[in-house]
Structures are given as C-alpha cells and as structure tokens.
Design a protein around this ligand. Structure first.
Ligand code: UDP
Length: 467
C-alpha cells in the first residue's frame, strides 16, 4: 500500500510557502510517496524561469513527483503584490475548489496537505472522502495568535479600544507577558471583521482543529511552551522543522526553488570579506518599502561602519529610480554590495556573514537560526510582527526594531548586534542552531515527527475514485 501512497500538496502561491512545502514534497518522494504539487500558472512560470527545480525533481524522482498548475483567476497583468493579497486569496478561493475537485476526483489520492488559510481544502477533502492535513507555513506563534482570534474578539481585546499599542495581550494562553498589541499579526491593528482575509482566518481557526493533523515548520525545543498549549486544540501535531535542515540530512543535494533569478556574484564578494564582518539585509519576497524607508536603512548601514550585503528586490522600493545620495554610493563601493536577489541559505551559511537585518518572514528566521546568525528585525506584515517579538524577547537572538525606520536606530542596532553585544547574541544563536540541527538529526524530535507523519500516510486506507 505504501508504495502507492499519493499526496496532494497545495501551498499558498508565495515564495515562502512554496519553499517549505517543496521540501516536504521531496522528503515524501524520498520515502516512495508520490506527490502532486499544486501551483498557480503565474507562479509556475516564475519558478520554471528562475530555478531548475522541475528538471531536478523529474530527474531525481521521475513520475513520483509532478507539478499541477491551475489558474488563480486573476488577469495576467495583475501585480499580485502583498497589497493585493486579499484579491489573490479571494480569487484563488473562488476558482480553485471546482478545478481541483474535477481534477482530483479522477485520481487516487491518499490525503491532501494544504496551507492553513486555504480552508476550501476542507470541503474538497470531505467531498472526495480523503483525510486532510493542514500545514501552516508561518510560525507556531503566529498560528497560535490566529487560533486565539475568536477569544480575543470575544474578550473585547480586539478590535483595540484605544491606540496604545504597548498594552499587554491577556487572552492568548501561553503568550502571557510576551505579546503586546503591536506584536499581534499586523492586520489586528485596524481589524475589520468584514474583511475577506479576516473572515478566512476566522474560518481557518474553526476548521484547522477538525483536520487529521497539523504540520508545523518548527521544532519542539524552540516552541515547546506554545506547542503544549496547541496540543490541547490539535491533538495531532507534526513539528518537522526546520524543513530545509531536515531535507539536508536526507538528500545529498538540493535544488533552489526561487521564483526570482539568483545573483551568485554575492558569494564571490562574500568570499573576500573577513569572517563575521558582513550584515546581510533582505526584506524577503513580498515586503515593500518607500524610498524614504529604504534610504533610512541604507544610511543606517553606512553610518554603522559595517560591511553589508543589501538585497534590493526588483519592485520592492517605490520610486527609487534617481536621487540616491552620492555618499551612500561611495560608501557602498567601499564596503557594501547591492544585489537584486541572492541564494539566501548559502548567504546565511557563509562564514563572512555575522548578522541578518531581516523582515522576519518565517523561512528567513529559520534559515538564520540554523546558520546560527543573530538578527535585527524590521517586521513588515502579517506573522512578522509576532516572529520579531519572539526573536527579540523570547529566544533573545536579536533585536526588534518594529515600528521604527530611522537611520539612527538602524545604526545603533546593527552596531549592537555586530559589535557591542556580539558575543552574547552569537552564543544564544549558536545554541539554537545546535538545537535545530539536533532536532533534524537521527533520533531528533523533527526527524521522529516526520517518520510518524510518513507512517500515518502509508497506513491510510486507499480511497476509491469517485465517478
Ligand atoms: N530568499 C531568497 N533570496 C533572497 C531573499 C529571500 O532565496 O534574496 C528566500 C529565503 O531564503 C526564504 C524566502 O525567500 O526562503 C522568503 O520567505 P520568508 O518566509 O522569509 O518571507 P516572505 O518572502 O514570505 O515574506
């Protein structure tokens, strides 16, 4: 039965979720489980143009792995930036169920693994009669904040009653004393219960506990206090992170799944820099900045006197075509390097990199934790507000610059992490890196949870086709 298990994986059509779900897909293929990976046509084009993932997966796994592209329902010229995320979510939730239902009902599949917010997967799984696992690719802390939304609303903590963002949150068990209003997912600040995204999140909070199990890209040692609370709601949690590190223990080589072309020249530049001397700066695949914000970052970096590798993703900074101060360009020629996109895992693992100024997307945090690199956090949207609080206040492997974008603060925090408090941050970061590597190594908690997940899939009944 096991050799014929067939899993349908459906990530959100965004870089972070695609990266982590592809890693899960590959680990299933390595254990003789067939995977069909659903992506939107738009993402498929970008993925195939910028990476070799298709050739890599086909060469390595043959027909045990395939991409299945579906329309997202938006016109081709739609910008699909984070500003229009609700439109993408709404459109996908409207078109995907019918297409998927038609496609999937003629296949034999063992189970579906879907991103938490794609709650229409519950209906599809019920209609075709297969088990459903939700994989929430954001952090456990952000997922828990979402699961607590109904009680935060019921207790009157949401919407906020005034504009004091430092008020402590009281109705999120396990997060007492940690979370302030400003640390909740960004949409909570001006929450409108009628917004599509909020409605979908509330639906997610209702449906996730009814699924067969929850997959999380975290590890027990990192999130133990939260996981113990979560287990009361989700009795079946598979904490199998950090997935990129777990895959590295199982596959001799990996392929990039980047949806933007990677500029490898940054590695040659890093090769020439002294050990732990470079701050790596990136705001990920979605976050946007104004020109003023970007210049504050850039000035802060230059004024810190540190070397820096700065990613300026195409389209991420509005109106940056001209007027870059000469002193920035000169200082950058001396000790900086600006690129449009990098192979981030490789960059973070590079010995020249000493710290990461990050927007705190969950994949970026995990990649930094595994590499043992301290962080300076500038959260932009959604789970990043929660993640940066955990980096600064709970794990204490960096500083949280939330809600400020000022060259003086950037300079101060970069100097603190890279120089003044370097040893303290490095010590904790290395300890967490060891814990992360231990969890994916033989007998580690994530390796065991993956084994349990695979056993559970292989033991699932084979569900008959419906005509
Ligand atoms: N990434 C990359 N090159 C870059 C910047 C980011 O390959 O120059 C990758 C990074 O390694 C991570 C993903 O893009 O796996 C970003 O996901 P994350 O969850 O950190 O943030 P998001 O882009 O979803 O906001």
């Amino acid at each position: 039965m096991g050799a014929h298990s067939h899993v349908l994986i459906f990530p959100l059509p965004l870089q972070g979720p695609i990266n982590s779900m592809l890693k899960l897909a590959e680990m299933l293929c390595l254990r003789q489980i067939k995977v069909t990976f659903i992506i939107t046509q738009h993402i498929q084009r970008r993925l195939f143009d910028s990476s070799t993932i298709q050739t890599y997966m086909t060469t390595k796994y043959g027909d045990a792995f395939s991409f299945q592209a579906i329309p997202d329902g938006l016109p081709e010229e739609h910008p699909r930036t984070i500003r229009e995320f609700s439109e993408l979510l709404g459109s996908l939730s409207a078109v995907a169920p019918l297409i998927l239902h038609q496609t999937v009902s003629v296949w034999e599949i063992s189970c579906i693994v879907a991103e938490g917010i794609l709650s229409f997967a519950t209906d599809i799984a019920t209609q075709i009669g297969v088990p459903l696992f939700y994989f929430d690719t954001c952090s456990a802390s952000a997922l828990w904040a979402i699961m607590c939304l109904p009680q935060l609303i019921q207790a009157g903590e949401l919407p906020f009653k005034d504009d004091n963002l430092d008020e402590i949150i009281r109705n999120a068990p396990g997060m007492e004393g940690v979370m302030r209003r400003r640390d909740l997912p960004s949409f909570c600040r001006d929450i409108n219960l009628e917004d599509l995204e909020v409605k979908l999140l509330l639906k997610q909070a209702r449906l996730m506990p009814l699924s067969q199990g929850i997959i999380l890209n975290t590890f027990h040692q990192l999130d133990a206090p939260l996981l113990s609370h979560m287990l009361k709601l989700f009795p079946n949690i598979y904490a199998i992170g950090p997935l990129h590190a777990l895959l590295q223990t199982q596959a001799s080589q990996n392929s990039s799944s980047s949806i933007l072309p990677e500029d490898m020249s940054c590695i040659s530049w890093l090769d020439k820099q002294p050990s732990q001397s470079v701050v790596y700066v990136s705001i990920g695949s979605l976050a946007l900045m104004t020109k003023d914000q970007f210049l504050e970052f850039w000035f802060g970096l230059v004024n810190s006197g540190m070397r820096f590798l700065l990613v300026q993703r195409p389209g991420s900074v509005a109106g940056l075509d001209d007027g870059i101060p000469v002193e920035l360009l000169e200082a950058t020629r001396e000790r900086g390097y600006v690129v449009s996109w990098v192979p981030q895992q490789e960059v973070l693992d590079h010995p020249a990199v000493g710290g990461f100024l990050s927007h705190c997307g969950w994949n970026s945090i995990l990649e930094s934790l595994v590499a043992g690199k301290p962080m300076i956090c500038w959260p932009h949207h959604f789970d990043q507000q929660v993640n940066s609080r955990y980096v600064g206040e709970v794990w204490k492997v960096g500083l949280d610059m939330k809600d400020s974008c000022d060259r003086v603060v950037v300079e101060k925090m970069v100097r603190e992490v890279m120089e003044l408090r370097k040893d303290e941050f490095l010590k904790r970061a290395r300890k967490l890196s060891e814990a992360a590597r231990g969890s994916v190594g033989e007998g580690g908690s994530s390796a065991k949870d993956l084994d349990r997940f695979i056993d559970d899939i292989k033991n699932m009944m084979f569900f008959p086709k419906q005509n």
